[in-house]
Design a binder for this molecule. Sequence first.
Ligand SMILES: NC(=O)c1ccc[n+]([C@@H]2O[C@H](COP(=O)([O-])OP(=O)(O)OC[C@H]3O[C@@H](n4cnc5c(N)ncnc54)[C@H](OP(=O)(O)O)[C@@H]3O)[C@@H](O)[C@H]2O)c1
Length: 309
Amino acid sequence: MHIAQVHDWSEGPRYVTVDDPPAPTETQIQLRVLAAGLHQVVRSRASGQHYSANSLPHSVGVDCVGRDVATGKLYYCVNMQASFGSFAELITVAKGTVHALPESVDPLSFAASVNPGMSSWLALTQRTSNLPKSYTVLIVGATSASGRLAVFVAKALGAGKIIGVARNEAALAKIEGLDEFIVQKDPVTDTDFSQVDCDIVLDYVYGVLTLHLLSTISVPRPLQYVNIGSLSRDEIAIPSALLRSRDITIRGSGPGAIAPQIIQHEIKRLVPTMAGWGLPGAHGVPLKDIEEAWQDKSLQSKGRLVFIP
Ligand SMILES: NC(=O)c1ccc[n+]([C@@H]2O[C@H](COP(=O)([O-])OP(=O)(O)OC[C@H]3O[C@@H](n4cnc5c(N)ncnc54)[C@H](OP(=O)(O)O)[C@@H]3O)[C@@H](O)[C@H]2O)c1
């Protein structure tokens, strides 16, 4: 069968032929992969920069939607082990890592959405505490795939109001479900957060924007900040006076901050919830084209990418 595999961290993935995986044992299942998502974590692992996979050769991909070869039933599968790769025609995995899906699910959209959707689900369920009823969420980086899904997730988990922050006004204005939005200015320190009233910040951007937000937001209640991503690639130093001058709790959310067994438990709750949503579409790329597609930055403008064997 064919898989995507990295042999040299500086090269990116290659389309290679390997033996088919072994037939499943009683505790395993074999899936024919239909779509595997190109998430930030997949890029990071395939470039040797992620702690969860640092040996070569590296098989690409952490999750997929596929059909049980034996029964034809549809499943979502996620596995962060270093030896696992979902950019493959067939995978044999432990039954505990797959989640049954209804036939109504679009495999491409679903494969593209669970990983980014999980980011806000875990942040809100595991990295906040004592949220007031109908709380207000501020999503920083609302036009990212994760930020867009955070709008659905926050609503599903009881948010009463959702405010989005991003630099692209046209894209921001089109996001369904936002009650308000704030356009990030250039320089970011010109962005006006002084009128924002929220209980939680979910931050996908970090950097100077975050420092400016935390320094200028003036909320008369406890504020819970959860860092989820760092799209800006900036680092910041938070002045001690900022931490002492307001009721603010700062946390991060991701594997490490949350134990693996809790993540597995939450995936079991999230997958059936997401199966009922009208998820954003995804752009499918044939796996055999992975070498060119990996280098083609313009493909990203087509939206979320999934690879189809
Ligand atoms: N901790 C976790 O569990 C977890 C899980 C998933 C993702 N993440 C992290 O969350 C972040 C978002 O991931 P994603 O896959 O959703 O991203 P994505 O869809 O690839 O987001 C890309 C978009 O983010 C916006 N963006 C990029 N740089 C920006 C900047 N400097 N300032 C403001 N906006 C910027 C751009 O939108 P515009 O072009 O519209 O401006 C860009 O199109 C990443 O850092 C990722 O590693 C964390």
